[in-house]
Design a protein around this ligand. Structure first.
Ligand code: G4P
Length: 524
């Protein structure tokens, strides 16, 4: 039954600041799911620190990552889909888009470092979408901060209420284990990369057995802490979690496979199954008979000899079937997919069917753009994630006059793939590429050359932010565009964008033109 398939699915992403332990945690979850058998088997999507200046190395590592883009496995009665996100922050936009395809998120935080920049930004996206989040505080086997401080910081920095569902007993060299508040048990810590910790069931922390197991001092501290937690934090409320208002918090050590099973067991129970998704026309429920889905990611094959891509389609409703005719909304065409792949236990296999929450990989030669919708005929358009103002801007210029056409085509296709954002300056017609990090410029230049035979050159432009502007007052809008004509551009959809060259200029513009709304994201 379709509904049974939906109810047992959990589609989520693990996000973190680089180095907090996302890759390690992912690997341990796969270990529990039987998807891999030894630790160290996951070829991570992580771009190693040493490779930041070595572009070819990054290519290689990104090439590998198709296989780990989606990791599906069964755990008990549940079908779990983990959507991987790039570890390098220059590719943060990929991560934002992946978040449009998940129903919940696990955030990994390093106990010594607390909330870091990347986590904060990713959480903003979760908050926009009311995505339920669970937080895993990692590396308790190392010296770190006081857990109460961490909880306060999580609340303040991530702007979400928290509720600990497990609690650490001491930390670092003296780390004894965690008390599982959710299931009322004591998990004793033994450092090990492969084995799973022993659980001691105790009815009550007052049990003298606790003193024997962790020592009197730590037992007394644990009792005190738990009392404080019960006093300060309201009971865990699953509904509030599902609304994205409160984040349950777990403590552990991913490297030592400690606290991971507790996290997983609680996760499958409380995390949402595939949820309804808003299309422009209406809300689409996963249990509807008719198949619908959208493309949230396109992965290019880096082999210059076959420029082919995989489009990742999230199934939103109904059942996806191989070779069935589906309507591609933007192209207004019917397409059949003969070789859709799914990702199970580290393998990419051709599949005959897929259900809501699943991700299907479709080999593609340029039919798909990020955000494209597939249906069985109904006119529907799923809303993607808005584009955010890039952080870095450069003019892109043609460095080989003989290859102007190739360059145009290459830029267009790379933008469709979501590699970066492009704006066209209305004053001089020049094209401006906006990214979140320097690496994206290198990716574009490299791929234009190797896949399209085109050469580009970057020229500096000093910009602070791209703002999408709108107003109910047509006259004022026109007056603004006239005054700022040198800084007006259009985005890929032809919308008006004001390119502010400094924070001050933006502030002045806002106060001089009160009837104009300035947005830092493209959907409002
Ligand atoms: P990321 O994907 O979030 O970037 O982090 P990753 O899992 O790669 O972990 C970053 C580093 O932290 C790795 O060490 C990893 O072994 C370590 N780590 C992860 N979990 C724990 C933990 O619970 N305790 C301790 N002590 N360390 C942990 P590395 O030296 O950078 O890499 P590697 O050479 O060990 O792979």
């Amino acid at each position: 039954m379709l509904q049974d398939e939906i109810n047992r699915r959990r589609t989520f992403a693990i996000i973190s600041h680089p180095d907090a332990g996302k890759t390690t945690l992912t690997e341990k979850l796969l270990l529990f799911g039987g998807a891999i058998h030894v630790a160290g088997a996951v070829k991570s999507n992580k771009i190693k620190k040493t490779a930041t200046s070595d572009w070819m190395e990054i290519e290689k590592q990104r090439g590998i990552s198709v296989a780990t883009s989606v990791m599906g496995f069964n755990y008990g009665d549940y079908k779990i889909n983990i959507l991987d996100t790039p570890g390098h922050q220059d590719f943060a936009e990929d991560t934002f888009r992946t978040l449009t395809a998940v129903d919940s998120v696990i955030i990994v935080v390093d106990v010594a470092k607390g909330v870091e920049t990347q986590t904060r930004r990713l959480m903003e996206v979760c908050r926009m979408r009311n995505t339920p989040v669970i937080i895993f505080v990692n590396k308790l086997d190392r010296e770190g901060r006081d857990p109460f401080d961490i909880l306060d910081e999580l609340e303040q920095e991530l702007k979400i209420s928290v509720r600990p569902l497990s609690w650490p007993i001491n930390i670092g060299a003296k780390f004894k284990g965690v008390y599982n508040i959710y299931e009322q048990g004591l998990d004793l810590f033994t450092p090990s990369k492969q084995t799973i910790s022993e659980r001691v069931e105790i009815a009550d922390v007052a049990d003298p057995q606790v003193d024997e197991l962790v020592g009197e001092t730590d037992a007394a501290k644990l009792r005190e802490d738990l009392e404080l937690i019960e006093g300060v934090y309201p009971e865990f409320d699953r509904e509030a979690y599902l609304r994205g208002e409160v984040a349950p918090v777990f403590f552990g050590s991913a490297l030592n496979t400690f606290g991971v099973k507790e996290l997983l067991d609680c996760f499958v129970e409380i995390a949402p199954c595939p949820q309804p998704i808003m299309a422009q026309e209406r809300e689409v429920k996963p249990g509807e008979d008719q198949f619908t889905g959208f493309v949230f990611k396109i992965h290019a094959n880096m082999d210059p000899n076959h420029r082919s891509c995989i489009a990742f389609v999230k199934v939103c409703s109904g059942k996806f079937e191989r070779n069935a005719p589906y309507s591609h909304m933007r192209l207004g065409k019917q397409l059949r997919f003969a070789a859709p792949t799914a990702f199970m236990a580290q393998k990419k296999n051709i599949v005959d069917e897929a259900f809501p929450g699943d991700i299907v990989g479709i080999p593609d030669n340029g039919n798909f753009k990020i955000g494209d919708t597939l249906t069985q005929g109904e006119q529907l358009h799923f809303k993607g994630l808005p584009s955010f103002s890039p952080e870095m801007f450069k003019y892109i210029e043609n460095a080989d006059p003989m290859k102007a056409k190739q360059l145009d085509k290459g830029i267009r296709q790379l933008m469709d793939e979501g590699v970066a954002q492009m704006f066209t300056n209305q004053f001089n017609g020049r094209k401006i590429i906006g990214t979140v990090g320097q690496l994206q410029f290198e990716v574009i230049q490299y791929r234009l050359l190797h896949e399209y035979g085109a050469q580009c050159r970057w020229e500096p432009i000093s910009l602070y932010k791209a703002c999408w502007i709108e107003s109910d007052d047509e006259k004022e809008l026109e007056a603004f565009k006239r005054r700022k004509h040198q800084f007006m551009a259009t985005d890929k959809d032809g919308r008006d964008v004001f390119l502010a060259d400094s924070g001050y200029v933006l502030q002045m513009a806002q106060s001089d033109f009160p009837a104009i709304r300035f947005h830092f994201a493209s959907e409002f």
